[in-house]
Design a protein around this ligand. Structure first.
Ligand SMILES: Nc1ncnc2c1ncn2[C@@H]1O[C@H](COP(=O)(O)OP(=O)(O)OP(=O)(O)O)[C@@H](O)[C@H]1O
Ligand SMILES: [Mg+2]
Length: 466
């Protein structure tokens, strides 16, 4: 089996190789373009020089009758000097016979042509070694014959040699740099990936608190690390929540079940009494109904949390929804001598996108809490307002309120304040409120009403119309 270190090194080398390959290719392309452009430029300079010399010589001949002799003498002088240089001259008569110059003979052609030195029959001995391997030249018809002027391509060859040396050095250097840089980068990236693997392995084996270390570079890997950490945070919260719910459910169900068992045991060991039997059975049925209700509510919250009901969202008018709550709640509030004031006659129609039944349930739960958890004769006010972000609904009471340190906890499933343990209820009302609010992208906060509690539901992105 290949070890992780070997794979890491192999990947780093592959990355280094890839970087080196790309840099080499770019270098070769740049040098090829330079090579072509510089060669072209030097070649046209050479031709311009040949044309100039040719023109000077033709001008020497002029219109005079002895012009050909003068040209011949001038070509001979040039040829003499050129023996240590790379200039080639040849003057022939019309039949192509040698008159003067530094080559004996040369076939005639039109335009410019490169003639290898080895094909030239040179006159005399040439002192200096030649840098070029060919002579570029052209024939010109003159009065009484033909004139050839050429020049060695040494300058072009020198420049090309220089460029090739530069290219080779450039490629060598860039390959070395790319290999070292690519390897270092690859090893660094791999080290961070290995770090992530280590953390994820540890999390998978139960160390949920571990997080992937971040760095200050804010690069792609760091972005992935941030996403993984956010996912781990959520996972940890969910698992904590799950643990808490399981413990709370077990705890909360144990009490009614023990109560039921105790009663059944008492009646079983006591004297035969049909009325007592019936009472105990009725009590037990009540307890069982409560347990079933708790499970129903738990299932309902879970279902809402899945978000599936979002598909059924419609435009809901909050004004009428809140005003109609009176039908269901006024009687209960009156029974406890509370004063319940609901918003009505509001000028603006406030609309939100949502599930009417669930929104109804949300506000019923909040108002019911004020009715149940406040002493008789409390003022309960429901206000409908809003700001630029969207509608805001506040349910205010003047009861005992909830201490600040408990305001987060009461949203947990089955959580009830100590003083409420004796009242009816399962501690799921606010959990349901939180789940419904989250489904509607709304926030729910509890605050002090001085005295009492104010529960504030804020919708965002909802519409208001007249
Ligand atoms: N308006 C309020 N004033 C004082 N305490 C409150 C108020 N609303 C809620 N609470 C406290 O928060 C706890 C949780 O409320 P929640 O609605 O979740 O459960 P519940 O009312 O006890 O039971 P359920 O709503 O499931 O019948 C309550 O038990 C109560 O102690
Ligand atoms: Mg409640």
């Amino acid at each position: 089996m290949i070890s992780r270190a070997r794979i890491t090194r192999r990947t780093a080398f592959r990355l280094a190789g890839l970087v080196a390959g790309i840099i080499t290719l770019i270098n070769v392309l740049i040098f090829a373009i330079l090579y072509f452009v510089i060669s072209q430029q030097l070649s046209s300079h050479l031709k311009a020089h040949i044309n100039e010399v040719r023109k000077t010589l033709i001008d020497v001949q002029g219109e005079e009758s002895d012009g050909f002799q003068e040209l011949s003498a001038m070509v001979a002088r040039h040829a003499l000097v050129a023996q240590s240089d790379e200039d080639i001259y040849l003057l022939t008569d019309e039949a192509g016979k040698y008159i003067s110059g530094n080559v004996h003979s040369l076939e005639r052609f039109s335009g410019f042509r490169a003639i290898p030195w080895k094909d030239l029959k040179l006159v005399g001995r040439w002192a200096s070694p030649r840098a070029s391997d060919a002579v570029i030249g052209t024939w010109t018809p003159v009065k009484g014959g033909f004139l050839f002027v050429g020049d060695g391509n040494g300058d072009i060859k020198d420049a090309q040699r220089l460029l090739l040396t530069g290219l080779l050095w450039g490629i060598c250097l860039s390959i070395v740099c790319a290999l070292i840089g690519g390897y270092l980068l690859g090893v660094k990236a791999q080290r961070r990936v290995a770090e992530m693997e280590r953390v994820l392995d540890a999390v998978a084996s139960g160390e949920l608190h571990l997080r992937v270390p971040r760095n200050s570079l804010s690069d792609d890997i760091d972005h992935v690390a941030a996403l993984i950490n956010a996912m781990l945070d959520r996972l940890e919260r969910l698992i904590d929540n799950l643990k808490q719910v399981s413990v709370d459910v077990a705890h909360d169900l144990r009490t009614p079940i023990s109560r039921m068992r105790q009663k059944l045991e008492t009646v079983r060991s006591g004297p035969d009494n049909l009325t007592l039997y019936k009472d105990i059975v009725d009590d037990s049925l009540d307890e069982i109904d409560n347990i079933a209700d708790t499970f129903d509510a738990l299932l309902r919250i879970s279902e809402i949390e899945t978000g599936a009901r979002k598909m059924k969202f419609v435009e809901v008018e909050l004004n009428s929804l809140l005003a109609n709550l009176g039908d269901a709640l006024e009687a209960v509030a009156e029974e406890r001598q509370h004063t319940l004031r609901l918003p009505n006659g509001c000028a603006d129609r406030v609309m939100v996108l949502g599930d009417r039944r669930l929104l109804n349930q949300l506000f019923i739960n909040l108002i019911e809490n004020a009715i149940v958890h406040c002493p008789n004769g409390t003022d309960i006010d429901v206000e409908l307002g809003g700001d630029l972000q969207g509608p805001i609904i506040r349910v205010k009471d003047t009861g005992p309120g909830i201490p600040p340190e408990e305001r987060e906890k009461v949203f947990r499933r089955l959580y009830r304040l100590e003083k409420s343990r004796t009242t009816r209820g399962s501690g799921l009302g606010l959990s349901l409120v939180a789940a419904i609010a989250a489904l509607h992208d709304a926030t729910i906060t509890l605050a002090d009403n001085h005295p009492g509690l104010v529960a504030e539901v804020r919708f965002c992105g909802a519409s208001t119309s007249d």
